[in-house]
Design a protein around this ligand. Structure first.
Ligand code: ATP
Length: 223
């Protein structure tokens, strides 16, 4: 059975989520208060409706409670974003993902039952800053407020050395959970302490953000 999604707010972020879900063949209900946005999405999403998501009656009539996953992408109007989330959770929508504008906004959203809160601008800003500092930095995934997984390309300081030589766990408190070998193109998901790191190998590392920062400064950035 096709999964059903709704995207509320078709600004740049909501529009991009809506286009991508639709391109992947998902059933998407696009909602915005602006007629111009809805006209734009009429031929992209499965359904596109002009509605105010803070209007409980309108949301009920749209049958939003039966949708598997709703993405609230209202940006500037924090009050509307909070009220919409509240209505969706009161309706019993299983999964509600909300775009937050600030840490305070996130706190409120989590308190009222948002299942997932995202900060696309903050996260993208962080990724770009890291990749500007080092070409070896590839990706960052936030696991909690203080733990992350990062993906990096082996730096000059790592190439030809083993995990024992680098002593990453003892020195930096981080764990290398996988190494993708450039030579064999295979993913080694439980690297041994004696495995040697090759040129262009990709390492996946988990740890506390403070430990990861120390690791990045000392081992990932090439001098
Ligand atoms: P982005 O940065 O993703 O472009 P933004 O953070 O600037 O977006 P806004 O432009 O404030 O976000 O809002 C995104 C969309 O949400 C707009 O198209 C706006 O019309 C719509 N929107 C705002 N309030 C509501 C509401 N109560 N119900 C439905 N749509 C709404």
């Amino acid at each position: 059975m096709k999964r059903e999604f709704a995207v509320i707010g078709l600004g740049r972020f909501g529009a991009s989520v809506c286009r991508e879900l639709s391109a992947e063949g998902m059933d998407v209900l696009a909602i915005d208060v602006l007629e111009s946005k809805i006209n734009e999405f009429r031929h992209i999403a499965s359904h596109a409706v002009i509605a105010d998501s803070t209007d409980e009656k309108a949301m009920k009539e749209l049958g939003i409670r039966n949708i598997d996953h709703v993405i609230v992408a209202i940006g500037d109007d924090i009050q509307a974003s909070i009220l919409t989330t509240l209505i969706l959770k009161e309706f019993g929508v299983k999964k509600v993902t909300v775009k937050a504008q600030s840490n305070h906004h996130e706190k409120v959203l989590l308190k009222i039952g948002a299942d997932q809160v995202i900060h696309p601008e903050r996260d993208m800003g962080r990724k770009i800053a890291h990749s500007i500092i080092s070409n070896n930095f590839l990706d960052h995934l936030e696991l909690s407020n203080d733990h992350s997984i990062i993906e990096i390309r082996a730096s000059k300081k790592m190439i030809g050395r083993t995990l024992v030589d680098l002593d990453i766990r003892a020195v930096y408190g981080c764990n290398v959970v996988a190494i993708k070998s450039n030579a064999t193109n295979k993913m080694n998901i439980s690297p041994l302490a004696t495995d040697k790191i090759g040129p262009d190998d990709i390492l996946i590392i988990i740890g506390a953000d403070t430990d990861i920062s120390k690791f990045e400064r000392n081992l990932v950035i090439d001098d």
